[in-house]
Design a binder for this molecule. Structure first.
Ligand SMILES: [Mg+2]
Length: 256
């Protein structure tokens, strides 16, 4: 009995700024059957409130509390594990907003944590600052290591590019707080009073969404509306429980 569906966003419910067909209807139908819809994205450029606003702006009803985005997960992890340590951020507004909301200080020098997400103003200076902090013993965290992210008509470089640059120069490996790390599943189970067997993960990327579900031991559905194609399943060896053309097929197949 599925009580909650965790949706990936880009490539699953929308692409760039355009909702995918059937997304709004699927959310409404789930809720009509008493199934909770939660939202999980590795994207770290926006905070929870902004992601919820973006979803609502597309006609996809979402509450801030039901959004788990890369920026929030980074900040939440730091608040739980490295509270009191000033943070050097390579990233955008979302990470700064979430850290501020949790009362965590950001600094340019003397950081105890280096937190990395997608940064579309990434520079040599930022690389140098991150490197210096890590050399002095700072903890290295990353929202995700996604190589690219989808936009209308193509893709753009993702946070993985920044993480790889810092990893290369520092010789250190980051702890990743986003998918496929199971960290967020513990939060979701606790905050929403759910058990693993009551949860399904729906996403478009085998190596993050489906790997995440497998790492957590929950059911998964791959939608072919985004990154991964049907033929990737065999090559990748990552088997989802269900494969759908899009989220529109979810209701009849999974919740009869
Ligand atoms: Mg996706």
């Amino acid at each position: 009995m599925i009580k909650a569906v965790i949706f990936d966003l880009d490539g699953t419910l929308y692409r760039g700024k355009t909702p995918l067909p059937g997304a709004a209807e699927t959310l409404d139908a789930l809720r009509g059957r008493g199934v909770k819809a939660l939202f999980l994205t590795n994207a770290a450029t926006m905070g929870r409130a902004e992601v919820a606003a973006k979803l609502n702006g597309m006609g996809l009803r979402a509450k801030k509390e039901d959004v788990y985005c890369g920026a929030y997960l980074l900040a939440r992890y730091i608040a739980q594990n490295h509270k009191g340590n000033p943070v050097y951020v390579v990233g955008e507004k979302g990470i700064f907003d979430e850290l501020k909301e949790m009362g965590i200080t950001t600094v340019e020098e003397g950081a105890g944590v280096v937190a990395v997400g997608l940064d579309r103003r990434f520079t040599y200076d930022k690389l140098a600052k991150a490197h210096l902090a890590l050399k002095r013993g700072a903890v290295f965290l990353a929202s995700n290591t996604d190589a690219t992210f989808p936009v209308e008509g193509g893709e753009l470089p993702g946070a993985g590019g920044m993480v790889a640059a810092i990893e290369k120069v520092s010789g250190k490996r980051p702890h990743v707080t986003g998918k496929p790390n199971p960290y967020v599943m513990e939060l979701i189970e606790k905050e929403h009073g759910l058990k693993k067997q009551e949860i399904m993960v729906v996403g478009d990327r085998l190596e993050t969404d489906i790997a995440f579900a497998r790492n957590c031991g929950v059911k998964s559905a791959l939608v072919l509306s985004g990154a991964s194609k049907k033929e990737d399943i065999r090559e990748n060896g990552m088997r989802p429980d269900y494969v759908f053309g899009s989220v529109a097929e979810l209701i009849s197949a999974v919740l009869p």
